[in-house]
Design a binder for this molecule. Structure first.
Ligand code: HPA
Length: 268
């Protein structure tokens, strides 16, 4: 199925050969508009590609150029909490890998666990905790894609993180490193769960990214991850968490994220 999707995209893409891709999370879709010479393909038109149901997830693959650089953008992703299998969640990343993408920047919306974080801040993911109870590599291994037991000791490229921190410093954008904990969702966490996550070393929490990062590492694709702290996690502030707040904060940081990605991508 991933081969069919690849063939379909190639038949429409002409000579485009992106080596770099960006995955845009909840409310973070604005970057796609920066690309010139755009080809937009709704996920529904690509054989086997799962389409998202979540509000704020547009659901299209965009191929285009950032200056001279060929870039692929996944605007919208699917999540395990929607009922998709881990393999479906990893589908897009695998197709990008087959198309020749060697570097992917994942963005997501996340709750801030570390008390030094603030709503609207950006966190560079240094590592993750997979607490989703699943793995996209479970089941028969496709040896064409990667090894049975892939190493995850540098799931988020150290070199890319160095470049990202330097770029953020140059642009005057606040960026701190942190560990991303992925939970299944779709309910937000309880305050007790957030205390537990803090105790085991998580700085931010979300419901995405980890299956895709595992699939990317499996294929030898280098990964960078950026979380937008759209809200403080449950129990940190005396208020409830709403999806609307998540989307609103995404809109607040939109321009900063676009500025950051625009400078960062050509350096990867
Ligand atoms: N928890 C889990 N996922 C999230 C959150 C949160 O607080 N905010 C945005 N995505």
């Amino acid at each position: 199925m991933i081969a069919e999707a690849k063939a379909h995209i190639e038949s429409r893409a002409g000579r485009r050969e992106p080596r770099v891709a960006v995955v845009l999370g909840s409310g973070l879709g604005a970057f796609a508009a920066e690309l010139s010479d755009r080809l937009e393909i709704p996920y529904g038109e690509i054989p086997g590609w799962p389409s998202s149901t979540a509000v704020g997830h547009a659901g299209r693959l965009i191929l285009g150029k950032l200056g001279p650089l060929e870039v692929a953008v996944m605007a919208g992703r699917v999540h395990l909490y929607e009922g998709y299998t881990p393999r479906q969640v990893a589908f897009g990343v695998r197709v990008l890998g087959l198309l020749g993408v060697r570097s992917i920047v994942f963005t997501n919306a996340a709750g801030g666990i570390n008390l030094s974080l603030q709503r609207g801040g950006l966190v560079l993911i240094s590592d993750h905790l997979n607490l989703q109870g699943s793995n996209p590599l479970a089941g028969p291994n496709d040896d064409q894609l990667g090894p049975r037991f892939p190493d995850m000791s540098e799931a988020y490229s150290k070199e890319y993180r160095r470049i990202a921190l330097e770029t953020a410093r140059e642009l005057g954008i606040g960026l701190t490193e942190g560990v991303y904990a992925a939970l299944l969702g779709p309910s937000y966490e309880t305050p007790a769960e957030i205390r537990y996550l803090r105790a085991i070393g998580a700085d931010v929490v979300g419901m995405s990214t980890v299956p895709e990062v595992i699939a990317a590492n499996h294929m030898g694709i280098r990964v960078l991850g950026i979380s937008c702290v759209t809200n403080m996690a449950a129990g940190v502030l005396p208020q409830k968490i709403h999806h609307e707040e998540v989307l609103e904060t995404g809109a607040m940081v939109r321009d900063t994220l676009v500025r950051f990605l625009t400078t960062l991508l050509p350096r990867l």
